[in-house]
Design a protein around this ligand. Sequence first.
Ligand code: GDD
Ligand code: MN
Length: 384
Amino acid sequence: MKMENPQVSIIVPTYNESQNIIDILKSIRRCIPDGFSTETIVVDDNSPDGTGKIVEEYISNLKKFTENKISIIHRKAKKGLASAILNGIQSAKADTIVVMDSDFSHPPHIIPKLVSAIKQYQYDIAIASRYVKGGTVEGWSLKRKIISKGATLIARKSLGVTSNDPMSGFFAFRKNLIKGLSFDAIGYKILLELLVKTKGVKIQEIPYTFQDRKFGSSKLDSGTIIDYVESVLKLYRYGKAAEKQERRPSVRFFSKAARFFTVGASGLLVNYLVSLLFADGISNLWYIHATSIGIIASMTTNFVLNKVWTFGDRDFSPAKTLKQYGKFIAFSSLGALLQLGLVYYFVDVHGISYPISLVAAVGLAAFGNFVLNKKWTFKEKLWN
Ligand code: GDD
Ligand code: MN
C-alpha cells in the first residue's frame, strides 16, 4: 500500500494528561468526517504521570494501515506549550494543520468546521473563538476571565491583531503560511505569534464554548504571565521592524500622516494644560501671555514628537535641530494663517456652516503642514 500524505495534521500537546489523552484521541477520531485522512501528533514533555507511555501503548494496538494515524513525539522535559506545538508543526506532513488541547476544553466536533474553513473556503487561518457571537467560556473563575480578557485586549491594541480571540489555543491554518518564518514560541501564545507574523491573511473565526477541564489541572501559572509580557514586547518590536520595511509608498505616506495628526491632537492638549497652568496654576500671568507660553510649549512638543516618532529622525545635533525647529515653527504659523484664510473662504464666500468649515479648514491646513514639514523640515521625498 502506497502511503500518501495525510490531508490534515492534528497537533495535541500533553503534559500530565493521563486521565484525558485516550478519551480525547478517541473523540477526535469520531469527529473526523469519513474519507478524510489524518495524522494526530501528540507532543508530550516526558509527563511524570506516564501520559507518553499510555499513548505508546494505545498506538501499538491500533491497526497499522488506517486512514487516521496517531504518532507521538517525546520531548525530554517540560519546555512549554508553544514550543511543543511548534515541534508538532515541524513534523506534520499535511498541508492543513489543526492545533488543540488534550483536556476537552476544545470540543473536537469543531474540528471539521476549522478544516473546511481552510480547505473548502480557502481561509488561511481558522480560529475557534470564545469571543465572537455564539462563543463563550464555561467554568472559569472571575480572575481567570479577567486575565484572559486583559491579555486579549493588550494583543489587539498593542499588536494590532484583528482576531477577537488571538489567545485561542484551538485553531487551524495552511502550513505553507509559515514557510520562511521563524518563531520564538515563548510561553503559551503560538497563535498570537502566527497572527502577528502573517498580518493581512484571510482569517475566519468559528464560535465555540470553552469548557474548563474535568481532570487534572491547568499548567498556566504566574510564569505564563511573565512569558506573555515578554512575547508581546518581542512581537511589538517585530511589528515595528516590519513597518519600517513596508515598501508601499501609499502605506508609508498615510501612516506618517496619521502620526502627524495624532501629534497635532496631543499638541492641543499640551497647549490647553500649559496655558491654564500659567494663567492660574504656578503663576498668575495675563491670559494672553499664558496662552503664548501654551502655544510655544505645544509647538515644541509637537516638533520633538514629529521628529522622533513621525519621521524617525534621531539626529539631535544642535545646528541641525535648531534649523529644523525654526522651519517647523514657521510652517506651523503658516498653517494657522492658512486655516484662518480657509475658514473665511468657506464661510463667507461659499456660505458653508461654521462647524463644517472649521473641520475642513483644520484638516486641510494640517495636511498642508504635514506635506511642507515632510519635504522641507525633515527632508523626505514627498512620496517615497
Ligand atoms: N507538551 C507540553 N508541554 N504540553 C503542555 C505544556 C508543556 O509545557 N503545558 C501545557 N501543555 C498542554 C496541556 O497538557 C493541555 O493539553 C494544553 O497544553 C493546554 O494546557 P492547559 O494547562 O490546560 O491550558 P489552559 O486550559 O490553562 O489554557 C488553554 O486555554 C487558553 C485560553 O485562554 C490553552 O488552550 C491556552 O493555549 C489558551 O490560550
Ligand atoms: Mn486546559
